[in-house]
Design a protein around this ligand. Structure first.
Ligand code: PMP
Length: 420
């Protein structure tokens, strides 16, 4: 039996059925460096998918910071320690002044879970509003807000159409309005509207700012607050801004962050208006055993250092422009590319069966993702029909990497064009 086959069997036996692997031929990397993942035989793969390692796999500064702190002290937030305070000062300086408190967690799910608890407590309302193919995390209450998991949403959750800029520009607002009107008819009020900075699982959409502003206005008028989920779109990913919500010129009431925050070390958090936390804190306590421990904070501090030192926000902007340009050239040649959208180093390429019906080319997307993997470039597919190629590399991507990605996509598309 090959190494791969044996590992797959062991996984199934030991980890159970909920775990999924990427790719028809799963990847077995043993080393990561920058934008590359290496298998044991030395074959390397260009990582154009993993946003968590946003400053590059195993960045030496982050690794050093983790090692140094881990060899000195690792406790929790019930003792005094300055790493968390230094981090909070630096991080909060990157937010609008009204967002002036940080609570640290270990995952984006926990951050969203806490945000929802606070929203429900301070508004006295229970309904959460999310897009139709949203993903916000794994806890019981947040899984209920994550229809993309394939489960029906909870009793206290309402969904509305995603801001689909390709098929039905602007229509989503009608859907949200209808949802809010239906709540009012039943005498119900929203606690919160939770929206991604870049609508990732819905199919990688970056809608116009005025539409998002309208949505937030309506929800606030109805008594709810606005939670910006920046777990994917935060930390310079969109290039133009450090946070996705800044692109919408909006002031969220709470912001949840995670994934790239520790470059792979599990650290996440909630940034909130202190008056909301005060109100919540008067009634409830919050303690998270691992959240905000000194090692996590050292990792998070090092990530901010690298983003600043290596000017990764500007890099995301520049490489994103090049990526868009290269993808547009491909779209001019391949009819299966229906739409290209995104910002910075977060792009979606929507594949269609033809440009009249715009029918989603789900199988083609899967074939392309797998062929790209065979050709040494890692991407994925997303959206309700899994027909949107998701390109979301570490922010240390260079021009050479962008070109390798799009040249490989060119070759793969050439091979499959005509299948549809
Ligand atoms: N929100 C968004 C937008 C996410 O993409 C994710 C993770 N995919 C989460 C929340 C949950 O984060 P975590 O997996 O760290 O719990």
């Amino acid at each position: 039996m090959t190494d791969h086959a044996e590992l797959i069997q062991r996984r199934q036996r030991l980890l159970g059925k909920s775990y999924r692997l990427f790719y028809q031929q799963p990847l077995y990397p043993v080393k990561g460096e920058g934008v590359w993942l290496y298998e044991a035989d030395g074959k390397r793969y260009l990582d154009a998918y993993n946003n968590v390692v946003s400053v590059g796999h195993c960045h030496p500064k982050v690794v050093d910071a983790i090692c140094k702190q881990a060899s000195q002290l690792n406790t929790h937030t019930r003792y005094l320690h300055d790493t968390i305070l230094n981090y909070a000062e630096r991080l909060l300086a990157r937010f609008p002044t009204h967002l002036n408190n940080l609570t640290m967690t270990c995952s984006g799910s926990e951050a969203n879970d806490l945000a929802l608890r606070i929203a429900r407590e301070v508004t006295g309302n229970s309904i959460a509003l999310v897009t139709r193919w949203a993903y916000h995390g794994t806890t019981s209450s947040i899984a209920e807000l994550s229809p993309s998991l394939g489960i029906s949403v909870g009793q206290h959750v309402r969904t509305f159409a995603a801001p689909d800029t390709f098929r039905c520009q602007g229509k989503w607002l009608d859907s949200l309005k209808l949802t809010l009107d239906n709540l009012t008819l039943k005498g119900l009020k929203p606690a919160a509207l939770i929206m991604d900075g870049v609508f990732s699982s819905d199919g990688v959409f970056v809608p116009p700012a005025d539409e998002i502003q309208q949505a937030v206005d309506w929800v606030r008028q109805a008594g709810g607050i606005y939670i910006a989920d920046e777990v994917q779109s935060g930390f310079a990913r969109t290039g133009n801004h450090f946070w996705g919500f800044e692109g919408y010129r909006l002031q969220p009431d709470m912001v949840t962050i995670g994934k790239p925050m520790g470059n792979g070390h599990p650290v996440a958090g909630l940034v909130a208006r202190s008056d909301l936390l005060d109100q919540f804190g008067e009634k409830q306590r919050y303690f998270n055993t691992f959240g905000g421990n000194p090692v996590s904070c050292a990792a998070a501090n090092a990530v901010l250092d690298v983003i600043e030192d290596e000017q990764l926000q500007m890099n995301a902007q520049h490489q994103g422009q090049r990526l868009q340009h290269n993808l547009e050239k491909l779209a001019a040649r391949y009819l299966s590319i229906g739409d290209i959208r995104g910002s910075g180093l977060f792009y979606g390429v929507e594949l269609v069966k033809d440009r009249e019906s715009l029918a989603p080319a789900t199988e083609l997307a899967s074939m392309i993702v797998n062929a790209m993997r065979q050709a040494g470039v890692l991407i994925s597919a997303t959206g309700p029909d899994a027909n949107v190629l998701k390109i979301r590399p570490p922010l240390v991507f260079t021009e050479e990497h962008v070109d390798l990605l799009t040249d490989t996509l060119d070759k793969v598309l050439l091979r499959f064009e005509g299948c549809y």
